[in-house]
Design a binder for this molecule. Sequence first.
Ligand SMILES: Cc1cc2nc3c(=O)[nH]c(=O)nc-3n(C[C@H](O)[C@H](O)[C@H](O)COP(=O)(O)O)c2cc1C
Length: 833
Amino acid sequence: MSESDTIKIFYASESGNAEAIAMQIANEAKNKSYDVKIHEIQDFLKESFDVPKTAIFVISTFGDGDPPSNAESTFRKMAIKAKRFKNNSESEYANLYYSVLGLGDTNYNNFCNASKTFIKHLKTLKSTEFYPCGFADDGTGLEEVVEPWIANIWPSLEVIQKKILNPPKIFNDQQVDSMIQDLSIKEKNLEKHDTQNQIYFSIENIKPQTIKRKLALDFSKITNTKKVLGAPKSISNNMKIRFLEHEILQNEQSVELNEFGIRKVLKYPFWIFNKTGKLMNNDEKDLEENIYGTFLAQVVYASCMTTQDAVKRTLLLELDIDPEFKSDDGNTCPYVGNKNVLDEWEAGDSFGIVAPNDPNIVAALLDRLNVKSSEWYLPISLESLDQSIDPTLVAGSHITQFFGNSENDQQPSINNSGLDKLATLFELLCWKMDIMSCPKKQVLRVLSDYCTDPTEKAKLLLLSSRNGTTMYNELRSSQTLMVGILDILNTFPSCNIGVAHLIQILPPLVHRSYSISSCKSVNPKKWRFAFNVVEHKLSSDQQPQTNDNPSGVSVKEANIRYGLCTSWLDMISNYPVPIESISDTLNPSKSFESTDIDQIQKDIYEMLPRNQIDVQNKKVYIPVYLRKNTSGFRLPKQNKNESVDGTKRPKIFIGPGAGITPFIGFLEQILYEKISCSNINDTEIQMYFGCRNKNKDYLFAKLLSYYKHQGVITNLRLCFSRDDEDSEQKYVQHLMLQDKHKIADLVLNQDAQVYVCGDAVGMGKDVHNTLVDILHSVSLEPRYNSILNSSLPKQLENGINPEENEGDQLSVVQINKLLLLWTSTGKYTRDLW
Ligand SMILES: Cc1cc2nc3c(=O)[nH]c(=O)nc-3n(C[C@H](O)[C@H](O)[C@H](O)COP(=O)(O)O)c2cc1C
């Protein structure tokens, strides 16, 4: 049997749902004796990869209808293949039988857009659907669609396999051998690092918090408790952990522990750094184009941009992405960035931060799982309980790198160091596992198996089932409760799941992304970024009352919950103090008319909050990697070959709250261009910003005044939602409506580009609908009607012929299609999260 006969299950996943579901399908297929392999979606288009005959794709949607980041380049390549494909030619994908399970959330625009796009490409390339594609909604519960979709796929799969293989085969010894061989090849490819040069971060100052809280779950709210409906299937324990006694530990015995038994200083593990950003992938050709490797950047500036009484605390940090640092022994640290990063980044890009879970919570979790503290810092090796099973069928790809070979293997020695792959249990939970999000229903289902108390078992089972959906959704989506796995384990004390099974089923920790708010031309080695520190205090009197709380969820104890990455950044930059007052007034005695770039850099620093603490001398480093923006959220470059110079097109920037960050980088770039090419025409910039209070959280207030003074911002439109609660201009969309004619003139007469950045669910939707409203309403005016009509895509899917429409108001559907077209041409670009 050839490799292409194996059923391939591909996943494109950001936070692990699609991957977990792909594994579930693979396991069920394997139990049914199918020959099956699971792959990340980028393998599908690898040159060395045979086109499979049967493939199942599980694809989630992220951003604003985009594919997850592990799938971006595959989607781009598929789009190119589909575009180049001529109908009468032969397709290399014509013999592929496929089905796609799309994951999405109806709270977002573009429900399941990534999977739908992928299906479109497969159809164009003449592949055949063997089982109807499904689309599951995370907003109401993925399992509603996923479970029946998986349950019903088997008859169709059998038919198609019979057709292809006749009859289906099971694994033979040779295949198992080759799988093991694959594994050892992967191990050889691991990079070696110098063990001496590790960088540390201190957790001495971590905020104490109540971590042992219990949830009060009122199950009387669940009406139908007699029969458990639609609970996910349980996943059996397929993994064990082997502790490796190791000589490196001898050197570390002196490490100081704090009162909770946690090390006061934690190392960055070797394996979070890599040259390429993709572990265990040596094939340069297949690297994701937008990843340039994880490296250490130094925090060189940290300040708080909001006042003490602001609702949210917003920090501004600056990173040196090319720090000339030496480790204690004088050697250059191996984790410096790939030089390409300095050339490649641009304003509009973002970067990922590899941040750990709160070590206090990790310690409490290990404690709750009855792991002795003497084992927390021992290196471990993960193993399949059944050695013949491929680890990729046992656990998610985020931890397969920690799988050892076999029980009989010698322990790795420091000399032939496999150290870069060794993790301790503490590190694994700190850096790889998502322990802070609400556990998935599938995890709750497994936990129920381990409850010795029958009432607790029944409750967890109910919570994981369809009957408990309302309560589960409340748990999952509550911004204030922020329920994690530890809360669930503490609420159900009889659950005695072991740490190995829990690690097997927990999803991966997703890296956090931040927009860069500085510009390369002004300072190529610095990334500035701003973010809100996520912190929720829930004291007893603030807790949800059961009466107003139909799902019956609350917490029993007073509590504080912190966001994972933002509170970590706050801690390692030593908690910058809030600014005393917000000022947007420039120093009247100073001239800001300089044309010298160095002076401009100094001016910009002068406009930033002045309460920064001296982090530079503290030598604080964080692991980061560049994420190039692929959705075109960029300023146009000067291109002499184009008839219209994009740099001169007017621009509308809409970015309330932290959505302002990329625009600060854009403004810096425009100022730079204005000064360095002195003949450049002034580009009109209409900017919309909003926050709660002018005197508390008006971010970059002084800098915005400066850009206005410099003529970079033509029109600065501001709104403050809490300063005047009765005002009709609370939010940016209200200002936009007020400026209806200005916006219509800019967009339709002057070909302006519209950029939106910020929250996808609230602001993104409202701003989009407002733009639709504006264009819809001005389409009644003859001067705009003809422009809009001539811009409409010629062939509208719903059969409306724009020519017949001339003179009439355009429909909302037509406007939406026009905005879709503008998205593809870069006239309307959004960076939503
Ligand atoms: C930041 C963010 C953006 C999202 N954007 C979309 C979207 O545009 N359209 C959609 O249908 N679902 C969207 N979703 C929902 C995810 O597709 C859904 O939660 C899915 O289960 C995630 O699967 P994964 O864990 O495999 O990535 C988004 C989720 C998040 C957290």
